[in-house]
Design a protein around this ligand. Structure first.
Ligand code: ZN
Length: 243
């Protein structure tokens, strides 16, 4: 039963964060504005906005104008609901689990915005400090050295690379790896960076293969960093134990 609650909370917060990110990208007031269909602009009722269920019930169409709503929207809510469940399984029903889940929500929002604009908003980096600060206070088993090494190991390398080759990494990426490195410690932030490099590498190979890329093309790196960090947040609980 408690896991069903976690799933529901996950789906609702996923829906909220997606809507807030979507409005941020279109510069719409995301605190006061009411949700409406982007095509027919009909205001949506509460029963049109039930995460996952509304999409399935309406068979992926707007109730009013019958325009198709992307399945990505529903998969996004489902993905975040599963992320919430995994947090509960990995960390139990604890404040730690809630902080990790909030970190994941912020990271996903950062990834979407960076992919669209190539910039991670500083506001989201500041917001990330809250769950990371609480995690640092409530789980004192990680030593200060471990936190500091985590903070500088990848961000320091990226800053150095920026010195050698201008604009190799965005400033936002460096700040992100500093903050998350502090939270994860050096072992898990290195794992996160490796996953980011591998997945981004596979994507670049695909782009070259599909001839979508020129030599000077930049890709948004934050989505890969965020994916690596999210994987690493669960890593100690499952994946590293298997090694
Ligand atoms: Zn509509």
């Amino acid at each position: 039963m408690i896991y069903a609650y976690c799933f529901m909370i996950g789906a609702c917060s996923g829906s909220f964060v997606y809507a807030a990110t979507w409005r941020y990208l279109r510069k719409i007031d995301f605190v006061h504005g009411r949700s409406s269909c982007p095509i027919c602009h009909h205001k949506l009722a509460w029963y049109d906005l039930i995460p996952i269920i509304s999409w399935i019930w309406l068979r992926g169409k707007c109730r009013y104008c019958k325009t198709s709503i992307s399945i990505a929207y529903m998969l996004y809510e489902l993905g975040i609901a599963i992320a919430a469940l995994l947090c509960a399984f990995a960390y139990g029903i604890t404040i730690e689990a809630a902080c990790v889940f909030i970190m994941i929500l912020i990271l996903i929002s950062m990834a979407i915005i960076d992919r669209a604009t190539m910039v991670i908003p500083d506001g989201l980096q500041l917001l990330l400090i809250i769950p990371i600060g609480i995690l640092t206070l409530i789980s004192p088993e990680m030593s200060l050295t471990h936190h500091l090494l985590g903070a500088v190991s990848i961000s320091g390398f990226m800053a150095l690379m920026n010195r050698l080759v201008r604009d190799s990494f965005g400033g936002g990426d460096v700040k992100l790896m500093y903050l998350c490195g502090w939270a994860l410690g050096w072992r898990r932030i290195v794992l996160a960076a490796l996953i980011a490099v591998w997945t981004a590498g596979i994507y670049v190979i695909y782009l070259i293969w599909a001839k979508h890329v020129q030599r000077k093309t930049h890709i948004a790196f934050a989505p890969y960093l965020c994916a690596g960090i999210i994987f690493s947040l669960y890593a100690d609980h499952w994946f590293l134990l298997m090694l």
